[in-house]
Design a protein. Sequence first.
Length: 201
Amino acid sequence: MFPTRPARFAPVLFFLIATAHAGLASELTILSDPGHDVTYPDAINDSGEIVGYTVDAGHYGGFYYVNGKFTDFTVPGATYTVPTGINDHGEIVGFYSTPTSGFGFIYQNGSFTTVSYPGATSTLIWGVNNSGQLVGLESSNASLPEQAFFESGGVFQIKNVPGAFQTAPYGVNDHQVISGTISDTNGFNSGYILGNGLTVL
């Protein structure tokens, strides 16, 4: 079983997409990928393109949703594929597993690029901004929790929140401000925003 964001319980999730009519009108779209047991939308960009994953008898596969149409995809040879983010250029990010390890990926124009933190046994990408900068988690030390990272131009930086037992970054904006959750040794979780300073939510 792969890590997920907290509080995912519903078998079908939905997006409430606000329209620009005086801030009053809204449209509700229920997403259910045909032929799959469970549909989990994970991210949306400014063009309304949505990515997520489906679940069927323990198998996890990715989907891309635009203009009312689902397109399913998986990383070749992967045992599961989990898209987690999409930017305004249509770059899709996420992670996938093989029988021996886990890796991050970037998917665009039908082509996959594997992303792996140097020396890590597992790399999970959770977010991408419009500059293609990534945030995620890496496992390179079995004696420590997964470590948060920020990646830009192939250069990785560890981005743990000081004092937290574990830091899990789930998003990064175009100003390199990172958001996610932190936990302490008792399992208590809080949200955080990390930019020029740190805000704990």
